[in-house]
Design a protein around this ligand. Structure first.
Ligand code: NCD
Length: 303
């Protein structure tokens, strides 16, 4: 994977996904032995949208592997503010680093950046489109928690229209023998393009509105309503707070593991945090070995 960009989960075969998951597992096993793996390399993180987990876990992964990090976390402090184009910005950052992780509100921006430079570019979220490294850590978490991905019943809850983690994850899961349940308000259903892809790959799915109709599932993947993506704030007001998972509801789903890419607003009650099946913070922790593996692979330091 040396030199490869990571832009969309659509670019990956099942075999490639499994390969990255296996390398992530090896990274996790050897956490204390890889201190110098990326020494001499510089990661640039360019975040034009807010982030806690994605930016910090990439930076922590790089630091723990002995690499160095330069970072833009506040785009107002860069020359973008003076009118510089994204292409010029990444071409400049390429002079200072060996790999770029970028998050940007515009769909397609990561692809545009990747085409402009010759070092690897990793998409950390481009608008409502894709968030491939989140998906890799989500798959890693499912495999770790359930021992497998094939055979799982997975419900995705919340903002399935604007949630990029959903778009990437649903696409990746089409490589596996899973059953999907999409739980969302009418207005926030999964985009047609993704449903067509699932039909083409013969991945069974149902769409429902009432979470009570979900039935028994192995994973409940809960997401935040993406307030910042609604063209009309009044539309957000109509759907905000639609779902709120609380302990009394759990028996509806059977022996379910609860995941969430985080940040949460009010869709999972904090009372659930102490439940062993609430694995969203372990999920966030898994970002470290997975992003270590991704960085080492695209830099060609592991094969
Ligand atoms: C997600 C994102 O940025 O798409 N966060 C993350 O990277 N863990 C989810 C969200 O913002 O709701």
């Amino acid at each position: 994977m040396k030199g490869m960009d990571i832009i969309s989960i659509r670019d990956f075969s099942r075999q490639q996904l499994e390969f990255i998951l296996e390398k992530s597992r090896e990274m996790e096993e050897n956490l204390s032995r890889n201190h110098n793996l990326l020494s001499g390399y510089v990661l640039a993180t360019l975040f034009f949208e807010p982030s806690t987990r994605t930016r910090l876990s990439f930076e922590s992964a790089m630091n723990q592997l002995g690499g160095k990090v330069i970072s833009v976390a506040e785009p107002k402090a860069t020359s973008t503010q003076k009118g510089e184009t994204l292409v010029d910005t990444v071409r400049t950052v390429e002079q200072y680093s060996n790999v770029i992780v970028i998050r940007h509100p515009k769909e397609g921006s990561a692809r545009l950046a990747a085409e402009a430079v010759s070092i690897p570019v990793i998409n950390a979220g481009d608008g409502a489109n894709q968030h491939p490294t989140q998906t890799l850590l989500d798959l890693y978490t499912m495999k770790k928690a359930c021992g497998k991905i094939d055979g799982l019943k997975i419900a995705m809850v919340g903002d399935l229209k604007y949630g990029r983690t959903i778009h990437s994850l649903a696409t990746a899961l089409s490589h596996y023998k899973v059953e999907l349940v999409f739980v969302s308000p009418e207005e926030l259903r999964v985009p047609d393009e993704i449903k067509q892809h699932l039909k083409k790959t013969k991945t069974p799915f149902r769409e429902i509105i009432n979470i009570e109709d979900t039935g028994k599932v192995d994973i409940l993947y809960v997401t935040r309503i993406q307030a910042e993506r609604f063209p009309d704030p009044a539309e957000y007001e109509k759907v905000k707070g639609t779902y709120r998972i609380h302990p009394e509801m759990l028996e509806l789903f059977g022996n379910v593991k609860i995941m969430h890419p985080l940040p949460r607003v009010d869709e999972i009650s904090p009372e659930l945090d102490s439940f062993p099946n609430a694995i969203y913070f372990a999920q966030a922790r898994n970002g470290i070995p997975v992003r270590m593996a991704i960085l080492a692979l695209v830099l060609g330091v592991i094969q």
